[in-house]
Ligand binder design. Structure first.
Ligand SMILES: NC(=O)c1ccc[n+]([C@@H]2O[C@H](COP(=O)([O-])OP(=O)(O)OC[C@H]3O[C@@H](n4cnc5c(N)ncnc54)[C@H](OP(=O)(O)O)[C@@H]3O)[C@@H](O)[C@H]2O)c1
Length: 328
């Protein structure tokens, strides 16, 4: 921390309209000047903190030079006198490789914001522990454009003391950020579920859908209009699904799982007839059919939670429906 700067900097990233107030200006090292690392460094500098940025390819860091944002050539130079080291490289392995040459961590705490598996968060915490380095593991639930915004959510897990000491700095990256748990894997588990398992699949499914629709002459504007209502329903469905899975209550008076299965098989037939692979829709049909085969057909669609855990069945190509069913 720079003693001269402890009057309480009002932090304002004008371009994002962030109105975070930090208690003090911090010395922050950012490791990684990729798309995300660059956004993190800029948001911290915009918030009034002093940032040193290191990148494996130095030219990428050099391009970011600005007021309060200083590219440095060596990782030790970045880390020296830092209160907080924020790493965001391609993987946990690359972050460890980047940090390996550091011999003196001073008073710094380490926060890793790169993506990995829950197991990797634990290995990283162990690595930090071997160096007496306080550690927090973070999960970015956003694109670089959202970094520094008041409602951006970045989740943290690990040593609560690191969060308590540095939360005002970390909130400059996302005003809605939260500490979840002392279990260092906790934030990564949420990212794995919400971004990896859900968002990536949902976007992929939409790409399949829009490709099919446009091949049938449906305009992008029509797709946008039709999607708007479905997105509202999806918002409701995600809330209902999480609640149903938690409670185990799967009765429905709206649409049974069997109805969805029939409808989805019709849709799959339509896409396949037009030469589309529809891999994600096929996977959804496979889940629904497995749930129906397990006797869950008369329950609601979220009852397929009963078949998603455990060894996978051998993959099979969904057959054409024998009798027409109502589309959900
Ligand atoms: N972009 C997003 O929307 C987003 C959202 C959430 C989470 N994330 C996560 O944030 C992390 C960075 O993503 P990004 O979008 O910034 O990726 P990126 O633009 O591809 O940047 C990758 C960064 O990792 C560095 N790197 C790669 N291999 C390295 C090695 N062996 N040693 C040292 N540094 C190495 C790169 O350095 P060089 O420049 O030298 O190659 C660069 O700084 C990833 O874990 C990603 O999953 C990104």
């Amino acid at each position: 921390m720079t003693a001269a700067d402890t009057q309480g900097a009002v932090t304002a990233a004008e371009t994002k309209g962030v109105q975070t107030r930090s208690d003090a200006v911090a010395e922050v090292a950012v490791v990684g000047a990729g798309l995300m690392g660059a956004a993190l460094a800029r948001a911290l500098a915009d918030a009034g903190h002093h940032v040193r940025i290191w990148n494996r390819t130095p030219e990428r860091a050099q391009k970011l030079a600005a007021e309060r944002l200083r590219p440095v050539r060596t990782i030790q130079e970045a880390v020296s006198s830092a209160d907080l080291v924020i790493a965001c490289t391609a993987s946990y392995d690359t972050t460890r490789a980047a940090l390996a040459p550091v011999t003196d961590w001073g008073e710094a705490a380490l926060v890793n914001l790169g993506t990995g598996t829950p197991e990797e968060t634990e290995a990283m915490a162990e690595w930090a522990g071997e160096r007496q380095l306080p550690y927090l593991d973070g999960s970015l639930l956003c694109f670089p454009d959202f970094v520094g915004s008041p409602d951006t959510l970045i989740l943290y897990a690990g040593e609560p003391g690191v969060w308590e000491r540095h939360q005002s700095v970390l909130r400059a990256l996302g005003g809605g950020s939260r500490f979840l748990s002392e279990q260092v894997r906790a934030a990564c588990v949420v990212e794995t579920a919400v971004i990896g398992s859900f968002y990536v699949t949902a976007v992929g499914a939409y790409v399949e859908a829009a490709t099919y629709a446009q091949s049938q002459g449906v305009s992008a504007e029509m797709m946008r209009d039709a999607t708007r209502l479905v997105l509202r329903t999806l918002g409701r469905s995600t809330k209902e699904a999480a609640a149903a899975i938690e409670s185990g209550e799967h009765a429905t008076d709206q649409a049974t799982l069997a109805t969805y299965a029939n409808g989805a098989r019709h849709c799959l037939s339509a896409l396949r007839a037009d030469g589309h692979q529809a891999r994600l829709l096929a996977a959804a049909v496979e889940n629904l059919e497995a749930a129906r085969a397990a006797g869950l057909g008369e329950l609601g669609i979220y009852a397929q939670t009963g078949i998603v855990h455990g060894p996978a069945d051998p993959p099979h190509a969904p057959e054409h429906p024998e009798s027409p069913g109502a589309a959900p």
